[in-house]
Structures are given as C-alpha cells and as structure tokens.
Design a binder for this molecule. Structure first.
Ligand code: 5RP
Length: 208
C-alpha cells in the first residue's frame, strides 16, 4: 500500500469511531483532511447529527466544504472524541505533532475530548521520538532568539520555520512563529524536554 492510501485507510477507520449525536474535535493535516472527507460523506449518507470543533483555519474551511456543522469549545467544552494526525509515534504512544503548525490548538481540543484517536500511517512509527521529525515550538516573535538559545543548550539544532511561498517566518493561526528543533539521534528524555519548554516564557506550546 502506498503512503497516501495508508493515510486514507487510517482516516476511514478513524471515522468509524464517530456516532450519532457526537461532538468531535477535528485535527489538522493531510491525514485528517481525508477523515473530514469521510466524515462529511457519513453525515450526508446516514443523516448523522454531528458537530465538529476545528483545530485550525485550514480545517475549519475544509470541514465547511464537506458539510460538517461546526461549533466551539465555548458552546461545547467537553467533546466525545477528537481525531487528529501526528508526525511521529513511539511504542509508548508518545507523539510529535505540529508539522502543520497547528499543535497548540490541537492539544487544547484533544485535551477536552473523552477519547483521542490518532491517525497515523506506518511511516510515522519510530523507536525514538525526534529521529525523523523536529519538535515544533510556537513562540512569541520577540522570544524567538532566547528560546532558540535554550533549545541549543538542550542539545537541539533549532531553525525558524519559513515557507517557499512566503518571504520570512511562517505565521501561525495565533500570529506567532514556529521554531523547529531537530535533535540529532532523537530526544533522550521527552518528558524533561516538555517541562523545559512549558516553563519557558514566550513559548505558547510545542509539538510533544
Ligand atoms: C498538524 C499536525 C498534523 O496532524 C501532523 O503534522 C500530521 O500531518 P499529516 O497527516 O499531513 O502527515 O500535527 O499540526
């Protein structure tokens, strides 16, 4: 099975967890985009009463395209289910997320869900987190240099995320910047890195 078919298969399987009356967190990324398509089809074919809480502007737009009614955590603070992708997953089900830069909202939405289903294809499975993918860290622009220095001191090679289609840093849905922190050989202690980043002023959230 090629990678795209594997993403579609994961998405189709994940959407089977949705049932009538549910409020569902809608993640971001290409795998979740397939899930939105499958969910839209199920809503139409089965007449499901389902509402979604999107985790990014991109997902909000996609969900509307597929006819998924939307709500927010203001109206529905507790969700039945959240569906989302990931960039890496290890044997302990620890994840790196945020390849699409939506991890801050994704974590808020997942945290409000009774059940969190992660849609990954086999290329995302790693023995050690950080071997294939950097950890994205969303920061206030004025804190970017101090945070990059702290990441370097923790053994990372940090770079400010930019995009071919844009001159300058990628700006997130919150108007902030993203530092991608590569850890040569992977991350020794993900929990300690999590604590270090959460304690760092100027960091909104990170992808661990
Ligand atoms: C976006 C994410 C995505 O879920 C993650 O990057 C996986 O994306 P894809 O399904 O395109 O491989 O965390 O912030």
């Amino acid at each position: 099975m090629d990678r795209d078919s594997a993403k579609q298969a994961a998405a189709e399987a994940a959407v089977q967890f949705v049932s009538d009356g549910m409020c569902v967190g809608l993640g971001s990324g290409s795998t979740t985009a397939y899930a939105l398509e499958f969910l839209g089809r199920r809503i139409q074919a089965e007449g499901l009463d389902v509402r979604g809480v999107p985790t990014s502007f991109a997902t909000e737009r996609r969900a509307r395209t597929h006819g998924i009614p939307l709500t927010s955590l203001d109206d529905v603070p507790t969700l039945d289910l959240a569906l989302d992708g990931a960039d890496e997953v290890d044997d302990a089900f620890r994840l790196i997320k945020g390849g699409g830069g939506a991890h801050a909202r994704e974590k808020v939405v997942a945290n409000q869900a009774d059940r969190f289903v992660v849609l990954v294809d086999p290329t995302k499975e790693v023995e050690r987190l950080g071997t294939q993918f950097p950890v994205p860290v969303e920061v206030l622009p004025m804190a970017a240099t101090p945070v990059m220095n702290a990441l370097e001191a923790a053994g990372a090679s940090p770079t400010l995320r930019t995009a071919d289609a844009k001159d300058g840093p990628v700006v997130t849905d919150q108007g902030l910047w993203i530092i991608d922190a590569r850890f040569p050989g992977g991350i020794d202690a993900p929990e300690a890195l999590n604590r270090m980043l959460c304690d760092r002023p100027g960091v909104l959230d990170h992808g661990l």
